[in-house]
Design a protein around this ligand. Structure first.
Ligand code: FES
Ligand code: FES
Length: 211
């Protein structure tokens, strides 16, 4: 029969072994999670126009369009929110279509015509969508606003062109600019301040003026 002292030793040994086992997978996982050394960046030239001006850039091939705009062309109106395609803050127009610029590499857009919030309008000549956002308080902190406005412009174009959404009752008929259509189509643009109802009002007003 083991003595109390022997039992105590065994318990301590058991704790040591259990501790070692618990630490082992973490060590292995940590090793696996180490990214491989990336080596020298591969550079490539790309040309596109931004807000009507032509640019030729030599970029690391991994540069997103968002980083090309912000870091290389210093057009910081386009915002980086999540950098993972989940918030819409980085929305710009590429050849008239809205796109999350954090999800496309700059070199994937040769010859593209990119429009950012700076290209839509400025203080002296606001785009109707910008003016409507101001009028209807479609923002609070304003961080999501450039993306919301670019998206809003594209959404009205999509509806006008008869592109159906998930909530369109008729997939082939004329589309109406309803609150449901706006909310569905703008659902990829997150506003952490919750200015959604004012954004809908602003877009509805612009759509009404266009009709
Ligand atoms: Fe691109 Fe959030 S920064 S979707
Ligand atoms: Fe602040 Fe939309 S206005 S996140």
């Amino acid at each position: 029969m083991p003595t109390p002292r022997e039992l105590d030793m065994n318990r301590r040994d058991l704790m040591v072994v259990a501790g070692a086992c618990a630490a082992f997978p973490a060590t292995v996982t940590g090793t696996r999670a180490q990214p491989a050394p990336s080596g020298k960046p591969v550079l490539s030239e790309v040309s596109f126009s931004v807000n009507g001006q032509s640019y030729q850039l030599e970029l690391d091939t991994r540069t997103t369009l968002l980083d090309a705009l912000r870091e290389h062309l210093h057009l910081t109106g386009t915002k980086k929110g999540c950098d993972h395609g989940q918030c819409g803050a980085c929305t710009v127009l590429v050849d008239g279509q809205r796109i999350n610029s954090c999800l496309t590499l700059a070199i994937m857009n040769p010859g593209a015509e990119v429009t950012t919030i700076e290209g839509l309008g400025g203080v002296e000549n606001l785009h109707p969508m910008q003016a409507a956002f101001v009028k209807h308080d479609g923002f609070q902190c304003g961080y999501c606003t450039p993306g919301q406005i670019c998206s809003g412009v594209a959404v009205l174009d999509e509806i006008k062109a008869g592109v159906p959404s998930h909530v369109s009752a008729d997939l082939t008929g004329a589309m109406a600019v309803t609150e449901a259509e706006i909310r569905e189509r703008m659902s990829g643009n997150i506003c952490r301040c919750g200015a959604y109802s004012n954004i809908v009002e602003a877009m509805t007003e612009v759509a009404g003026r266009r009709a």
